[in-house]
Design a protein around this ligand. Structure first.
Ligand code: SF4
Ligand code: SF4
Length: 179
């Protein structure tokens, strides 16, 4: 069983850069940069919240919406904030943004930039994940190693990874390839 308290603690005081990267972009990822933007909680993550917390708006969405966990029956928690939060309560997605997991076809975990973050995040636009703080990357990796113990989460990461493989293999990608 995933130890959510441990994961939150691991990522409590760490950020993508050793300095506050929000100064680069005016904390773009905390703004409503697209109408209704928010984030899904991972399965089980809801235990870290009281539903009556005023700083989050809660919504239940069916699995399969937005292509999450296709083929599974159930609901997922989707949350939105008002641009501020008690920092030690922020969701997992905020703690690890703009990094996401990728599983190779052999099942090895890699960390990559979140593809959709290129629209808003200067770190992603810079295009070099090596620029991120090593301690941050190490902790994000530890967190994902723990999360991938959950078969449902692992299955979803695998599915998204294969999708990325397919996109990467499309002919138009070669037009963007750099030496
Ligand atoms: S958008 Fe990127 S650079 Fe800006 S605060 Fe978020 S993670 Fe940091
Ligand atoms: S919950 Fe906090 S860290 Fe996450 S987007 Fe909202 S203000 Fe930013």
């Amino acid at each position: 069983m995933v130890d959510w308290n441990w994961i939150y603690k691991l990522l409590n005081d760490i950020t993508p850069l050793p300095v506050d990267c929000g100064r680069l972009c005016g904390s773009a990822c905390c703004k409503e940069w697209e109408r209704g933007v928010g984030m899904y909680l991972l399965p089980g993550e809801e235990i870290m919240f009281d539903r009556d917390e005023q700083w989050l708006i809660w919504e239940e969405r069916s699995t399969g919406d937005d292509n999450y966990y296709p083929g599974r029956q159930g609901t997922l928690n989707f949350v939105r904030c008002h641009g501020t939060c008690p920092r030690n309560k922020r969701p997992f997605a905020c703690r690890t943004f703009p990094v996401s997991p990728y599983l190779t076809p052999r099942g090895e975990l890699q960390l990559r930039f979140e593809e959709s973050a290129v629209l808003i995040c200067p770190l992603v636009k810079a295009g070099d994940i090596q620029l991120l703080d090593r301690r941050f990357m190490a902790r994000v990796r530890l967190a994902w190693e723990e999360l991938l113990q959950n078969p449902l989460i692992r299955e979803d990461v695998e599915r998204k990874s294969r999708r990325l493989d397919r996109i990467g293999a499309e002919p138009w990608q070669k037009l963007l390839a750099r030496d």
